[in-house]
Design a protein around this ligand. Structure first.
Ligand code: S3P
Length: 434
């Protein structure tokens, strides 16, 4: 197909008859970043099993190696020789976070507490993403950080002795919360972070599991530093944000019956299941267990008629990565789907509100864009179209799901950007619809 994208790098998707079988998701991206970073500054060796295959997590490992981290990777097993709290070394060159906001923001927290200078940059998309949100608290703790005009990457970080702060997050962001907590590991006394809304708490769980003194009361998290972390065996659950694409596809495509094993079901990540169930989606959980403090279970989804409706504002921070695919799903519901309070979507790997609206319109859908959200009409007959994911993995995968219920051919340009979180997405999808 030649057109918007030229002849290459286009994945063609056609309407599917069913989605059937078993699938396993890549290891959770959020948890993998955290385990790798914490293992690098912990004592003793850590074995991280089922580490994410995502390109973002490979960026984190590469940065840690440049900081002197001793890391070995064999498929999804990552072994990290913990260097201890003062074991990282000044990097010779600028650290490259690639496309990964989590790498840059969370690692900045650790770099703020190091007695050396470091620089960290990323690709064109990451270079447009706001960093003042971490610069501000980390500076208050005593680090010196310089950014490009507008508070954009790359960052130059002069770390050093930090003091604990009490910090009220202006935006609900797990990355910013984590940056402050990770810096707090190096500060003498109690660092407190107050969240405006509850966000994913993998950092808190991992810190506690590895021996830090950390507590939560209401929306306030308190960490006592300096902390010594203990490495060990860690298991990463499958990524529920990756599972979301297949769950939505299974609900929408007729005659579907899909089992996804070993998915992370941390309650700060499962709003997607509540929203889908609330719309009438048949999704069942089984085999619940706890793995290093994180809930894990199997999910079974079957095609279901869906009602749609408003996604409540209070759910938005815990659903932020699933809103693209939920918007696509909305077009196939009775009432459509709409939400507000999601301005953060505009500063993700792409402006996701604009990317969803633009691509859905190309497929013939009725969409209304708000500064902080979106409304998609229900019962839309989608037509295959050329999709521009704007280099954003979640947009590429969300529109692959749209293609499964559209007439004609949906051509996803630059589909390989899915590797950022889910390198085998298109092969897995092809297998499940075969
Ligand atoms: C993440 C937090 C979220 C999310 C991102 C991963 C994390 O970002 O969108 O994909 O691992 O902490 P924000 O902290 O910017 O909301």
């Amino acid at each position: 197909m030649v057109g918007l994208f030229g002849p290459k790098k286009v994945k063609q998707i056609r309407a599917a008859k069913r989605l059937q079988g078993m699938a396993r998701m890549p290891g959770d991206k959020s948890i993998s970043h955290r385990y790798a970073m914490l293992a690098a500054i912990a004592e003793a060796r850590s074995e991280i099993h089922y580490f994410a295959t995502s390109a973002d997590c490979a960026s984190t490992l590469a940065c840690l190696e440049k900081l002197g981290g001793k890391i070995e990777r064999k498929d999804s097993l990552v072994t990290v020789e913990g260097a201890g709290a003062s074991g990282l070394r000044a990097p010779h060159t600028r650290l490259d976070a690639g496309n990964s906001g989590s790498t840059m923001r969370m690692l900045a927290g650790i770099l703020a507490g190091q007695p050396f200078h470091s620089a960290i940059g990323g690709d064109a998309s990451l270079s447009r993403r706001p960093m003042r949100r971490i610069i501000e608290p980390l500076t208050r703790m005593g680090a010196r950080i310089e950014a490009s005009p507008g508070g954009l990457p790359p960052l130059e970080i002069e770390g050093g002795r930090l003091k604990p702060i009490r910090y009220e997050l202006p935006v609900a962001s797990a990355q910013v919360k984590s940056a402050v907590l990770l810096a707090g590991l190096f500060a003498e006394g109690e660092t407190q972070v107050i969240e405006p809304a509850r966000t994913r708490d993998h950092t808190e769980i991992a810190l506690e599991h590895m021996g830090a003194e950390i507590t939560r009361e209401g929306n306030t998290i308190a960490l006592r530093g300096p902390a010594r972390l203990q490495g060990g065996k860690l298991f990463v659950p499958g990524d529920i944000s990756s599972a979301a694409f297949f769950l939505c596809a299974a609900l929408l495509v007729p005659e579907s019956n899909l089992m996804i094993q070993n998915v992370g079901l941390n309650p700060t990540r499962t709003a997607i299941l509540d929203v889908l169930a609330g719309m009438g989606g048949q999704i069942h959980i089984s085999n619940l267990e706890s793995l290093n403090g994180e809930l894990v279970g199997d999910l079974h989804a079957e095609s279901s008629p869906l009602k749609g409706g408003e996604i409540p504002r209070a759910f938005v921070p815990q659903l932020i990565d699933e809103l693209p695919v939920l918007s696509v799903l909305g077009t196939q519901t009775e009432e459509g789907v709409w939400f507000h309070g999601a301005e953060e979507l505009r500063v993700k790997e792409s402006d996701r509100i604009a990317a969803i609206a633009g691509n859905l319109r190309r497929m013939g859908a009725d969409v209304e864009e708000f500064p902080d959200g979106l409304r998609v009409g229900g019962r839309q007959a989608l037509r295959g179209a050329e999709i521009d994911p704007q280099g954003d993995h979640r947009i590429a995968m969300a529109f692959a799901v749209a293609g499964l219920v559209a007439s004609g051919v949906t051509a996803i340009g630059d589909f390989e950007c899915a590797r950022i979180s889910f390198p085998s997405f298109f092969e897995d999808l092809e297998r499940l619809i075969a």
